[in-house]
Ligand binder design. Structure first.
Ligand code: MSP
Length: 665
């Protein structure tokens, strides 16, 4: 049995899980379930990233020891994954003893390979906090986090010779282009590496919440070398003849786009230096926005993962997150889209198929499973349906191999529509009326088998509904995709319909709930259940304004459309973002505005956004302002942004399906 080793990123334990974390885990889980159905020996690793200054600080702020905070929050992620029905094989924690050993051994191997040297790390340091701060966290000689006085210091640190791996990395990217997916991400990393690499510091001496540096108690491992090594620990690490050792190298590291460089530059370079095989693929998925807005601390608009699965059935959440966007793209979470997909795809298509199939079986054949083989002769329409099911099975496998779960799911739902169509064409009710029992048995048998195919193919995506359908068909052993035949049901066994699988939502209720939530607060903690009697408190509030409608607007100061038209506002895709040295406010961006070359933009948004979190966003930019120099850098466009009432900043963000360069007007 060939192995399939799949990993999720390990999650920081300094906050509670949100939709982005749930998304990574759900996508990984559906690949794991799919490959199990194809007989692969799947190992799915997930877990928590528990060391580092950020965690130490969060723990201090809550009056806890770092390990206490980690224990609490690791348990929270485990609970979430149970709720999300994530079939992981190990939940690794970077505080696990075997991980500590693997990470230390990794550093020893790098040292033995001559890839490490002692140097000096530079940064802002606050002695009273014993902490380093980023440029963005320092203003007028003080930390904006704690107010402590900071100084620019150098401290001894161990460095990894990343620069020595530039050629080897480029060769890896070129050898098998599928090693970084989607292709655009590969190109992005490739050009970054082509631009040259700096060595990286892999130890810290200013705090102690980390894995001790081997043979140097003054230092702990920098959190990324610690974190990345979890993937190796998870399958036995350097232990000889470990029962999981054959899983290495990983088939897929599934990650979010923000941590691409760590996984496609640092990690393979560490592995090369340690003489270990490289992962077969790193796949970066996109980010979810909340109703059009980037989720951020300053906007306080994270969609809490627990709230989401408390409010909606798990299958619907999984279905929506997978179906709404091709893997790799950014997505915009919208409650009404989720409800629409529930109503028109799950309820009207699959739910309807289940209802009518079991209803006809009960009405015309007393609920007794027909044997397809024993029925009348197979006609063209029956044959076509079987062919289309077989084709969908193949297509689903191809899509999943290409990491296109959204397309795979679309094919499965298509098969469900084909079955509804088959029912309309073959008209079992007319066959019953005519008393053509042989044909009736064949048609209902084909329908129920088709349903078994749909439910099996859909099991990774809709585990609950699939199980209920398969149980109702008395197919309660886990089916492999190769087991799918037209001879699955036990003839004459009595089959009873499952309870309603998908309840429809009233779209008006969804609109009013989410609209009122948005108007009254930025905080997207969503209500618990969608029933008419259980209206969330927010929607019972009085309107936020009693202002009358405007009439007789003054004309003074207005501009004509021709004047407005002179301002060219376009959709700009942020390609790269970095801080402008020595400025806490400025970011230097390159943006694609649909021209042959990228434009450089210097934007004063650095206090509100970490550079890596805005890369890939499609935002509004004024593109015909006269270029101006800021901090010596020519800025060739201006992003549109607005201050929020909680001292935050909100960019005007478009979804991924607005092409860079599209004119706004
Ligand atoms: N601890 C590191 C990963 C180390 S892996 C060796 C980390 N943790 S995280 O908790 O901040 O993020 C975990 C994952 O959640 C990342 O893949 C990240 O991309 C993903 N997401 C965080 N916010 C997200 C969205 N808004 N949308 C989709 N996924 C996002 O990074």
């Amino acid at each position: 049995m060939s192995s399939f080793y799949l990993t999720t990123p390990i999650f920081y334990v300094n906050g509670s899980p949100h939709i982005g974390h749930a998304y990574t885990a759900i996508i990984a889980d559906l690949f794991a379930r799919h490959y199990r159905q194809r007989g692969r020996e799947v190992f799915l690793l997930t877990g928590t990233d528990e060391h580092g200054l950020k965690i130490q600080r969060s723990a201090e702020a809550q009056g806890l020891a770092p390990k206490q905070l980690a224990d609490q929050n690791a348990a929270m992620f485990q609970n979430l994954f149970t709720k999300l029905n994530i079939t992981y094989d190990r939940f690794i924690r970077t505080t696990d003893a075997d991980h500590r050993e693997t990470a230390q051994e990794m550093v020893r191997r790098l040292t033995d390979a001559g890839a490490i040297y002692r140097g000096h790390y530079e940064g802002w340091y606050a002695a009273s906090d014993e902490a380093y701060y980023d440029d963005s966290e320092v203003e007028e000689g003080r930390s904006t986090v704690t107010g402590a006085t900071v100084e620019w210091i150098q401290e001894p640190s161990y460095f990894f010779r990343l620069s020595a791996y530039q050629d080897a990395l480029l060769a890896w990217y070129d050898e098998d282009p599928s090693c970084i997916q989607p292709a655009g991400r590969r190109n992005e990393v490739r050009s970054f590496v082509e631009g040259g690499l700096n060595d990286i510091s892999i130890s810290r001496g200013s705090f102690d919440w980390g894995i001790p540096y081997p043979d140097d108690p003054e230092h702990v491992l920098y959190v990324w070398i610690d974190a990345l090594t979890n993937y190796y620990t998870g399958v036995g690490g350097f232990q000889k003849a470990h029962p999981l050792g054959h899983h290495w190298p990983a088939d897929v590291h599934l990650i979010g786009k923000d941590i691409l460089r760590f996984h496609t530059v640092y990690w393979p370079a560490f592995l090369m230096a340690a003489g270990l095989p490289l992962p077969k693929q790193v796949f970066a998925h996109g980010w979810w926005l909340n109703e059009g807005e980037k989720m951020s601390k300053s906007l306080n608009n994270f969609i809490d993962a627990f709230d989401l699965v408390d409010r909606y059935p798990l299958d619907l959440v999984r279905y929506y997150l997978v179906r709404e966007i091709p893997l790799g793209n950014d997505g915009n979470f919208a409650h009404d889209r989720l409800a629409q997909r529930n109503n028109s795809e799950l309820a009207d298509n699959l739910g309807n198929l289940v209802n009518r199939s079991f209803a006809m079986l009960s009405k015309f054949l007393e609920g007794r499973a027909p044997s397809v083989a024993a029925g009348g002769s197979v006609e063209e329409v029956d044959h076509a349906l079987r062919l289309s099911a077989e084709q969908v099975r193949d297509e689903v496998c191809t899509c999943m191999d290409r990491r296109q779960p959204s397309e795979a799911l679309e094919r499965i739902m298509h098969l469900s529509s084909d079955l509804n169509q088959y029912c309309a064409v073959t008209q079992p009710w007319s066959l019953a009326k005519k008393g053509d029992v042989d044909r009736l048995k064949l048609v209902l048998g084909t329908l129920l088998h088709g349903l078994a195919w749909v439910a099996t193919l859909a099991a990774p995506f809709l585990p609950d509904a699939s199980k209920r359908i398969l149980d109702a068909l008395k197919l309660d052993r886990p089916l492999q995709l190769d087991d799918l035949t037209w001879d699955l049901l036990t003839p004459d066994s009595t089959l009873v319909a499952p309870d309603v699988l998908f309840h429809k939502y009233d779209l008006d209720t969804i609109h009013s709930e989410t609209a009122t939530n948005a108007a009254s607060t930025n905080h997207t903690t969503i209500g618990s259940h969608v029933t008419e009697t259980n209206v969330p408190e927010a929607s019972q509030q009085t309107p936020t304004t009693t202002k009358p409608l405007a009439t007789d607007l003054p004309t003074e100061g207005t501009i004509g459309f021709d004047t407005f038209e002179k301002v060219e506002i376009r959709c700009a895709r942020i390609e790269t973002a970095e801080r402008v040295p020595k400025s806490s406010k400025l970011l230097r961006l390159t943006v694609d505005v649909g021209e042959d070359a990228l434009r450089t933009v210097v934007a004063g948004i650095g206090k509100h956004f970490e550079p890596e979190t805005i890369v890939g966003l499609h935002v509004a930019a004024v593109t015909n302002l006269k270029p101006t120099k800021i901090f010596g850098i020519e800025s060739q466009a201006m992003l549109l942004a607005v201050d929020t009432n909680d001292n935050g900043l909100s960019l005007t963000v478009y979804s991924d399906n607005v092409d860079p360069g599209t004119r706004v007007g």
